[in-house]
Design a protein around this ligand. Structure first.
Ligand code: ADE
Length: 422
């Protein structure tokens, strides 16, 4: 281990470069922004501490920030999703100081985050909120230096809002996870596809004809449900929010409490952002051979301790990312990805062409924060709409697509309150 990296095998760098090159080809917008940053240098003299899923897509973002003048320190935001070859490529090329190895234990996971905080960052980027949490809890001495941060996930934004409400959050944060682009394209399309991708890679199961129980009908749950239905599954939704539940009913889904759905499902997918959504009571009712997967950021949606307590035996790695819990009477419940976020552990997370949009917004939001943080309250802020519009326009142009422009008469009409446009 050098002072500037802790990666599994620095010799994997060439393989990592191949993987990054593949992601770059799918990331025209982020590459355009990277090239612009070379002359604009929005991060000159600034240190960025990032806690992100260490994937090829994150590497493209890291290099864009580096081209903008930032010194980047990168730790993993998930102990299982790190692509070791990508981590090696970033470290070997000097693009970032990298502290990420696939499969580390929880102590090493936090040690890596502490190492990037130790760089005394001016800006932070988080995915889930663990970096921001540790920074406030353990290193108040570093807080005065931090001018702003970005948070990628809805779960992390919720955490930071609670910190702001408690008067604890020390700097402004841009909430990437709440942009329209992230909600619609990221959560609905990309999570929907990649969660099914992870489950199929891990199990080789046939989705057609299966009964799939999706817990949560937010943007991620909607995406998962529609993709599962598209593959021919019968989909049951569970919800705690009556409006979302009604919306699921009106889209033709069967809606049940989890306890009532438990005996029917072949595959259970949690996407709620909450905890203990599948608990001992439901586990007791499930059929032999059931698959359990979590799409939420934290590994608390399925009560894994209850599962372990209920099991007479656990057979680890019966397939990659699949552990089999054998319950009394011989029923086997199969837990994917140790209950962590299945699309990033068993597959590759959001496809690069989607991360192109998310990370282009992230890069521009960070540049906006670097320039404007002093005028922002320590709270969670929306990413300016102009950034989303710019990113969407650049993506449409990269795809060779044109759209209509409003005429002046239409703009007048849309900005007036009278029926005839006065
Ligand atoms: N979050 C979801 N998908 C991701 C990806 N491919 N890379 C980095 N972070 C992600």
């Amino acid at each position: 281990m050098s002072d500037l990296w802790d990666v599994a095998d620095i010799g994997l760098a060439d393989a990592g470069e191949e993987r990054i090159a593949w992601a770059e080809r799918e990331s025209p917008v982020l590459c355009m922004i990277r090239d612009r940053f070379l002359s604009e240098r929005p991060f000159d003299g600034l240190t960025v501490a990032a806690c992100l899923q260490v994937t090829a897509e994150t590497a493209v973002l890291t290099r864009a920030l580096r081209c903008g003048g930032a010194q980047v320190w990168l730790a993993a935001s998930n102990p299982l999703s790190t692509q070791d070859d990508v981590a090696a490529a970033l470290a070997a090329s000097g693009s970032a100081a990298v502290f990420a190895r696939q499969g580390v234990d929880i102590d090493t996971y936090y040690r890596h985050i502490r190492q990037v905080i130790g760089a005394q960052p001016d800006l932070v980027i988080d995915d889930g909120g663990d970096l921001v949490d540790l920074l406030h809890a353990e290193r108040p001495d570093c807080l005065t230096r931090v001018i702003a941060g970005c948070e990628f996930t809805a779960s992390g934004i919720t955490r930071m809002r609670r910190m702001a409400a408690a008067g604890v959050l020390a700097f402004p944060v841009a909430g990437l996870g709440e942009t329209q682009l992230m909600r619609v394209v990221g959560n609905t399309c990309a999570t929907g596809q990649s969660v099914i991708d992870g489950i199929v890679r891990a199990t080789n199961m046939l989705i057609a004809g299966a009964t799939v129980v999706v817990a949560g009908f937010g943007p991620c749950g909607q995406g998962i449900a529609s993709r599962a239905r598209g593959f021919g599954a019968e989909v049951i939704i569970t919800e705690t929010d009556p409006v979302r539940a009604l919306s699921a009913v009106l889209q033709g889904y069967r809606v049940l409490p989890m306890l009532a759905a438990a005996p029917f499902g072949d595959l259970f997918i949690t996407a709620t952002g909450s905890r203990d959504v599948i608990s001992k009571d439901e586990l007791t009712l499930m059929r032999d051979g059931v698959i359990l997967a979590n799409a939420g950021h934290f590994d608390v949606e399925i009560d894994i301790r209850a599962l372990a307590d209920a099991a007479d035996a656990v057979r680890h790695h019966v397939r990659p990312h699949t552990d089999e819990y054998v319950l009394a009477g011989g029923r086997r419940l199969r837990l994917l990805a140790e209950g962590r976020v299945v699309n990033l552990v068993a597959a590759e997370g959001h496809p690069a062409s989607v991360m192109d949009l998310s990370f282009a917004c992230q890069a521009l939001a960070l540049a906006w924060l670097a320039a404007n943080a002093t005028s922002l309250e320590p709270a969670v802020h929306e990413v300016p709409a102009a950034i989303e519009v710019e990113v969407a326009n650049l993506k449409l142009a990269a795809l060779g697509l044109e759209i209509d422009a409003s005429t002046p008469a239409q703009q007048d009409y849309l900005s007036s309150w009278g029926r005839d446009g006065h």
